[in-house]
Design a protein around this ligand. Structure first.
Ligand code: M6R
Length: 369
C-alpha cells in the first residue's frame, strides 16, 4: 500500500504532481473558463460578499496565508486569515456578506469546526475546502470545494497542502471571474500557468537529490531558521512546521523584513537558515531586499540555504547551498518552493531516526478543542 516507498510520507510527496493535476481536473472548460458550480453559491451571492475570513489550523492555515495574497490581489475583496482556534474567542465581525472559508484536510478538526459553527450562527456564508468527502466540516458548511489529493496517511500534510493552494487559487480566480475584477484573458493566462504546475512540481522532484544530501548533513544541527516574504513567508512557516513535527527540532520562520526588528540577534556561526527568494520578475523589489537579507545573515556566519527560481544567478555568490525550482509567477511559486522543504524535513527526520509517518505526540486529525 506504500507503493514501494518506505513511508507513506515519501509516497505522498511523490504523488503531488498528480494531486495538483486532479484538483484542477474538470474545473476548467474548453474555453479556459472556470466552472465551479459545485460550490453551490450563486453568482449573486458571490457578488454580495464584501469580506472574506479564512479559518484553518496548522498547514491548512499556511495555505490560507498564501490565499490571502492571491484573493486580495485578484478580487480586491478584503481577506483576513485567522487560526481557527482563536477565531470565535475574539468576537469577530461577521454578517451575511462575509464569506468564511474553512480549510481542512480531514474535515474533522474541532477548532475549525467550531469556527464554522460560530460563523454560521452569525449568518455568514461558509465555504469549506476539504479533502475528505462527506466529512463533518463540509456537511456543516453552505458550500464545499473538494481537493482531490486522495487519502493522506502520513501525519504531516504534504500533498494536501499543495491541493489546498490550488483550491484557494481556483476560488480567487472564480470570484474574479464572477465579479469581473479581472479581464477574461488575464484569468485564462493564470489558469494556463496553473495547468503547467504539475510538470513543474514533477521537475522539482526529479532534481531533489541534493536536498536529501543537505538534510542528512544537517542531522546534528540544533535549530534551523526559515525566511521568506510575500507568499514565500507562509512557505517558510510551512517548512519550519514540517521540521518541528517530523525532526523534533527547533525551527522558526520569519518574514525576512522582520529580521532587523529582533530575530537577526539569533544568527550565529553555522546556523542553517533557509531563504525562499521571490521571483525576479514581478515583485523585483522584494527580490532585491531579500538578497540583502541573505548578505546580512551570511556576514554573521549563517549557513545560507537559498531556494530560488532557475536562471536566477544573482543569489549564487551568497548561497552556501543553492536549490533551484522552476520559474513560476510569484503567487503560484509556493507550489514549487514548498516541495524541497517537505523533502528536507522528511530526510532530516529520517537521518535522526524518526518515524515520519507517525511523529510523537501528534494525531492525523485533531478532534478535540
Ligand atoms: O485536517 P486539517 O487540515 O484540519 O488539519 C489541520 C492541522 O492539524 C494539520 O495541518 C497539521 O498541522 C499537520 N500535521 C501539519 O503537517
Amino acid at each position: 500500500e506504500k507503493g514501494g516507498y518506505d513511508y507513506f510520507m515519501l509516497k505522498e510527496i511523490a504523488e503531488q504532481p498528480r494531486a495538483v493535476a486532479d484538483t484542477l481536473l474538470g474545473r476548467i472548460d474548453a474555453n479556459g473558463r472556470l466552472t465551479l458550480d459545485e460550490i453551490r453559491l450563486s453568482d449573486d451571492e458571490l457578488r454580495e460578499i464584501d469580506k472574506i475570513i479564512i479559518v484553518a489550523c496548522g498547514t491548512a492555515y499556511h495555505a490560507g496565508l498564501v490565499a490571502k495574497y492571491a484573493i486580495e490581489h485578484w478580487t480586491r475583496i478584503p481577506c483576513e486569515v485567522e487560526l481557527a482556534s482563536e477565531f470565535r474567542y475574539r468576537d469577530p465581525i461577521l454578517d451575511r456578506d462575509t464569506l468564511v472559508i474553512a480549510i481542512s484536510q480531514s474535515g474533522e478538526t474541532m477548532d475549525t469546526l467550531m469556527a464554522v459553527r460560530h460563523a454560521r450562527e452569525q449568518r455568514s456564508r461558509v465555504l469549506a475546502i476539504c479533502n475528505v468527502n462527506g466529512s463533518t466540516i463540509p456537511r456543516e458548511s453552505d458550500a464545499v470545494l473538494y481537493t482531490h489529493a486522495g487519502p493522506e496517511v502520513g501525519v504531516a500534510a504534504t500533498k494536501t497542502f499543495l491541493t489546498q493552494l490550488v483550491a484557494c487559487y481556483l476560488v480567487g480566480l472564480y470570484l474574479a471571474q464572477v465579479r469581473g475584477t479581472m479581464f477574461g484573458d488575464e484569468i485564462r493566462a493564470i489558469i494556463a500557468q496553473l495547468a503547467d504546475m504539475p510538470d513543474k512540481v514533477e521537475k522539482v522532484l526529479d532534481t531533489i537529490e541534493p536536498v536529501r544530501e543537505l538534510a542528512r548533513s544537517l542531522a546534528d544541527a540544533k535549530a534551523v531558521l526559515f525566511l521568506g516574504r510575500h507568499v514565500g513567508y507562509p512557505v517558510a512557516l510551512e517548512g519550519a512546521l514540517k521540521l518541528k513535527e517530523l525532526a523534533y527540532m527547533h525551527a522558526e520562520a520569519f518574514a525576512a523584513g522582520e529580521l532587523k526588528h529582533g530575530p537577526i540577534a539569533l544568527i550565529e556561526q553555522d546556523l542553517p537558515v533557509v531563504v525562499v527568494v521571490p521571483p525576479r520578475r514581478g515583485r523585483s523589489v522584494l527580490h532585491d531586499k531579500i538578497l540583502s537579507n541573505i548578505q546580512e545573515i551570511r556576514a554573521r556566519g549563517a549557513k545560507t540555504i537559498v531556494i530560488t527560481e532557475e536562471g536566477d544567478e544573482t543569489v549564487a555568490p551568497y548561497a552556501d547551498t543553492l536549490i533551484y525550482v522552476p520559474a513560476a509567477p510569484t503567487l503560484l511559486q509556493p507550489l514549487v518552493a514548498t516541495v524541497p522543504l517537505q523533502v528536507f524535513a522528511c530526510e532530516l527526520a529520517l537521518a535522526r531516526g524518526h518515524d515520519v509517518d507517525r511523529p510523537r505526540n501528534l494525531a492525523k486529525s485533531v478532534t478535540v478543542e
